[in-house]
Each structure stands twice: as structure tokens, then as C-alpha cells.
Design a binder for this molecule. Structure first.
Ligand SMILES: [Zn+2]
Length: 231
């Protein structure tokens, strides 16, 4: 089901359930499977096909990430397209824990990187109370988000995006992002439930490195060493 709306007056073209307005800003509300997404593109920076891909990618990922990891995660999410943001995309940092901000310039240059939405959607599911400290290490937060991008993403291959299958010199379990994501995937395959246990502990403020040993039988550095050996 889709409802599209915009406060400003303008001519409308009806395409089934889709209402397109000709004013400068684009606002849309859409609801699927118990989740409401407010999509906002105040500068009308992205054309309809990319908008559709963002929205479809969001729902495909978020509904499953939320069901698998944290059914209590927000049911109302916002995506804001902000040409003034010079990074790629982020959640939080003053914009709220349920808002994904995206730089449209990045997607214009890298249209296949659409599953950055899948990574950011996982950050909303994570909803950890802190970031980048002992209780909620940034490398683990980003590693879980890239683990989720690999698991729930739909167009990673087209983007040339994959979790690495080898380990390079200088990498460690706390390298973060794809390096940690690949380590999590390998560890999860041998210890089902590991990523969910880590995620739950991080959310509830009870994460410690000892959790790795409790779940896998190996301390974190030893588990990494076994991973390197296997690769
Ligand atoms: Zn991230």
C-alpha cells in the first residue's frame, strides 16, 4: 500500500496508487508490514526511479532485520535526502535514532551502492544507547551493520560489494565494517545465534569481550586467530 502526499499545492498525475506532484520538494509516506516510512527529499534531488529503489530496498531490508534482531525497533522511520551532507549516509548524530540521511550526490555517482540503505537500516534496528566506547565498540556496531548488508542486501553483487574472503596484513577483528562483518559471518556459521547475542548485549548495555568466549568457547583474539588460519 502506498500513500504519497505533499503539503504544497501543485498539479498531480495519478499513476495507480502513486501521486506525483510537480512542486520542488518531494515528500512521501508509505506503509508496509507494520512499518511506516516517511521519505523526504526537500530539494527534489533524486528522480523517481532512484527514489523507488531506495524505498524498496529499505522495506526489504528493515522489515527482516527488525524481525530477526529487534522486533521492538521503531515502526516509524524517516529517510531524508540531503544534498548539503557531504558524507555517504548516516543514522543518528543529532538527526534522531530512526532517521537515515543520504547524500544524493553519492547515489548519483554510485547508483549500484543502493544497499548502503540496508547497512543504515540495520543501525536503526541496533538502536544502541551509546556508540564507540567499551560497552558499544564502534568496530562491532559497523561490523554487524555490514554483516546485515551482506545478509539482507539485494544488489551487493552489482555494486561489486562483498564481504572479504581473505585476511590482509594489519587487519584484526576490530578493523570494523566489512573485515569485522566477514569475521562475524564466519563465526556465526560455526556458532549459530552469535550475532544476535552480541546485538542484544550491545543494546542492553551488557556487552563485554567475555561474551565471545561464552558463546564460542574461544576468547576473541583466539577466535580471530582461528579465522585467519581458516582463511
Ligand atoms: Zn554504519
Amino acid at each position: 500500500m502506498a500513500t504519497w502526499s505533499r503539503p504544497a499545492a501543485g498539479t498531480t498525475v495519478l499513476l495507480g496508487a502513486l501521486v506525483v506532484f510537480d512542486a520542488a520538494a518531494f515528500e512521501a509516506n508509505q506503509q508496509r508490514e507494520g512499518v511506516t516510512l516517511a521519505y523526504s527529499d526537500p530539494a527534489d534531488a533524486l528522480a523517481a526511479p532512484m527514489r523507488t529503489r531506495i524505498i524498496d530496498t529499505f522495506f526489504a531490508a528493515y522489515v527482516r532485520e527488525r524481525a530477526d534482531f529487534h522486533p521492538g525497533a521503531p515502526s516509524q522511520v524517516r529517510i531524508v535526502i540531503d544534498p548539503g551532507y557531504d558524507g555517504i549516509a548516516f543514522v543518528g548524530e543529532g538527526k534522531g535514532a530512526a532517521t537515515i540521511t543520504i547524500n544524493p550526490g553519492w547515489l548519483a555517482k554510485h547508483p549500484d551502492d543502493i544497499d548502503l540503505v540496508t547497512h543504515e537500516a540495520m543501525h536503526i534496528v541496533q538502536g544502541y544507547p551509546e556508540y564507540a566506547n567499551e560497552r558499544v565498540p564502534g568496530w562491532l556496531v559497523e561490523g554487524i551493520a555490514d554483516y546485515a548488508r551482506d545478509r539482507y542486501g539485494r544488489e551487493n553483487a552489482a555494486a561489486g560489494w562483498a564481504l572479504p574472503t581473505t585476511v590482509k596484513d594489519g587487519q584484526n577483528f576490530d578493523s570494523g565494517y566489512r573485515v569485522t562483518g566477514a569475521f562475524l559471518k564466519w563465526s556465526q556459521a560455526r556458532h549459530p545465534g552469535l550475532v544476535k547475542a552480541l546485538d542484544g548485549a550491545l543494546r542492553e548495555g551488557r556487552y563485554t569481550p567475555a561474551l565471545w568466549q561464552a558463546r564460542t568457547g574461544l576468547a576473541l583474539p583466539a577466535l580471530w586467530a582461528a579465522y585467519v588460519q581458516a582463511r
